[in-house]
Design a protein around this ligand. Sequence first.
Ligand SMILES: NC(=O)c1ccc[n+]([C@@H]2O[C@H](COP(=O)([O-])OP(=O)(O)OC[C@H]3O[C@@H](n4cnc5c(N)ncnc54)[C@H](OP(=O)(O)O)[C@@H]3O)[C@@H](O)[C@H]2O)c1
Length: 312
Amino acid sequence: MVEPTDLRMSRIPLIHGAGQIPALGFGTLISDPALTITATRDALDAGFRHFDCAERYGNEREVGQALQAGLAAGNIARKDVFVTTKLWNSNHRSERVAPAFEASLARLALQYLDLYLIHTPFAFQPGDDQDPRDQNGNVLYDRDVTLLDTWKALETLVDHGKCRAIGLSDVTLDTLKPIYESARIKPAVVQVESHPYLPETELLEYCKQKGIVLLAFAPLGHGMRPGMLEDPIISAIAARVGKTPAQVLLAWAVQRGTAVLTTPKSAARARESFNISPLPQAALDEINRIQTRQRLNQVVNTGVPGFIPKRA
Ligand SMILES: NC(=O)c1ccc[n+]([C@@H]2O[C@H](COP(=O)([O-])OP(=O)(O)OC[C@H]3O[C@@H](n4cnc5c(N)ncnc54)[C@H](OP(=O)(O)O)[C@@H]3O)[C@@H](O)[C@H]2O)c1
């Protein structure tokens, strides 16, 4: 039986009865196709049941392949995993949304998605070029579609039954509020960078009030060193509770009521990152008092991602 305090199994209900999202999720932003397959299988084997994908990551096919094989080998039902993917910036026009969604679904070899997110609130010039630029290297934005137009197209996907929940990513509170207020189907999830150096407290409070799940990415600061994995407060807590700094950072994220995405790329790392347990309140308070502030991703300002794999 799963203990109620078992953070590894923690699930957060989504609004409108759209299911429950496992709090601890595996992110698939991995540049190498073969590594995508092994890391996804390792994550499933370690116990992860939440998989975060994106058309922009260029590896939905590999993730789909690994999930199919892993579900069959582990006798795991589709309903027991939660799969998200994201609409890229060059597909914001209403008429491009359903084809982009169907293409992702086909690459992932799935019949439905648990969650579909608008990857960023920035519309790029529509087309197959995911990174359209002018001759000076400036991004070509699309001024003829609003975020609300795109949101309405996502609502239609929910109506048609192949997508259980919809949400946004890389938004600020100022961008989220008008969509929330106008939406017929409210955003269930908002995915943003968040960690002790970027707690996004105001956004989290708003999300909690409205029943939106805040899904944090870069909880380990992208694994960069120096960085949060070597923060003296995090390291001291880890030593005190007999856990690793990564486990401390992930437990903090789940205990503050967010869902969280991390990207272990080996079986050992997957087992380590899944094996989290609750921190005492004093440790949570200490982490909440950390004053360092650092945003690692500027995608929230431009729609241009920082860590996209380069593919041939
Ligand atoms: N919406 C967006 O714009 C956006 C942007 C970025 C990311 N995301 C999503 O969020 C996911 C997670 O982001 P992230 O990869 O930046 O998360 P992260 O967990 O902060 O960083 C992952 C890095 O941490 C290292 N790591 C993993 N487990 C570790 C452990 N137990 N101990 C020490 N280091 C460890 C990994 O190193 P190894 O390679 O050595 O395992 C990897 O390089 C992505 O995969 C993607 O799905 C979304």
